[in-house]
Ligand binder design. Structure first.
Ligand SMILES: [Zn+2]
Length: 318
């Protein structure tokens, strides 16, 4: 899985292009960024997959990134905290518009991490972020795709240091991260629900525990009965039974929800969609209105808009 060999325009997307996109000068660009994005902090693996093409190998001396291949829809996450300074859509061969790597990497995102670091994510299905948005390390930004000049789903990942592409694999390895194979760190990820938690996210967990056979009154209060149900579920799944629903428990707790799904799992998805701005009746019937709400959410987040709530959609949803 790789993009076809064409002249690499990466280096043209240097400081001048960056500033042109910002529409402002150097001082304004730096002053205008929020304090929490003022320094590159911990780096994070941007996606999981296998390396299919490296940085400027002898056979591809102009390939200024590293390609990481996986299935379409695989989560792509910010490699560090920063600000979205470019979102490119529909750049295909023949596209001569100025901007991010015209004609080569399809839909793409560019993040500025300050301190001279920028990262670029090409061939994405679509972006789940917009220009000007601040992101944290590990925050979901896009789904993997094969847009632009590409032969299969993969991420074309570039690291730019003061405008010059550097080897992304080595760059991350020097920071203790194996590109493609290590779990992303930081970011939003799965939330934590524990004893004393209240609100609609608790209702999502209570519906999911019910759907997994631990019937609960769904009241949005994670009290002793809910904690006991969570512990029983964790024990059943071989997890540490601490009653805390966090990053290890969520992946086991979620259930696929799609057109025609019914019962507690459908209610869980409906409540979760309502938390994201939908206005669904929580009736436990995942019909056309619910599917449409799921597709709208997926489109907004750059996910494949199939209306099916699987692991990635669930993670972005909660
Ligand atoms: Zn590439």
């Amino acid at each position: 899985m790789t993009e076809n060999q064409t002249p690499d325009n990466s280096t043209s997307w240097g400081r001048r292009g960056f500033l042109a996109a910002m529409g402002i000068g150097v001082g304004a660009a730096i002053v205008g960024l929020p304090a929490q994005a003022s320094a590159a902090g911990a780096w994070s693996n941007p996606t999981i997959g296998r390396i299919t093409s490296g940085f400027r190998p002898p056979s591809r001396p102009t390939h200024s990134g590293t390609d990481v291949a996986n299935s379409q829809g695989t989560a792509i996450r910010a490699a560090n905290a920063g600000k979205i300074v470019g979102v490119r859509t529909n750049s295909y061969p023949g596209d001569t518009r100025p901007g991010l790597l015209p004609g080569r990497t399809g839909n793409a995102v560019l993040i500025d991490h300050l301190n001279g670091y920028r990262t670029y994510y090409g061939h994405i299905y679509s972006a789940g972020v917009s220009v000007g948005q601040t992101v944290s390390a590990g925050q979901y930004i896009a789904a993997m795709g094969t847009t632009g000049n590409s032969t299969g789903p993969h991420l074309h990942f570039e690291v730019l240091v003061n405008g010059s592409p550097t080897n992304p694999y080595t760059f991350l390895a020097n920071r203790g991260i194996t590109l493609g194979s290590s779990a992303p760190i930081g970011g939003a990820g799965w939330p934590t629900v524990k004893q004393g938690s209240t609100g609609t996210l608790v209702k999502v967990v209570q519906h999911l525990l019910s759907a997994n056979g631990h019937s609960l009154v769904v009241d949005g209060n994670f009290g002793s009965v809910s904690v006991a149900a969570a512990k029983a579920f964790q024990t059943k799944k071989g997890l540490v039974a601490d009653g805390v629903v966090g990053p290890k428990t969520w992946p086991k707790l979620i259930l696929e929800v799609k057109s025609g799904s019914t019962g507690s799992r459908a209610k869980a998805a409906q409540v979760a969609l309502n938390r994201q701005g939908a206005s669904l009746v929580v009736d436990g019937n995942f019909g056309s209105v619910s599917v449409a709400a799921a597709k709208a959410f997926q489109t907004k987040k750059g996910l494949v808009a199939d209306g099916l709530i699987g692991p990635l959609t669930w993670e972005v949803l909660v």
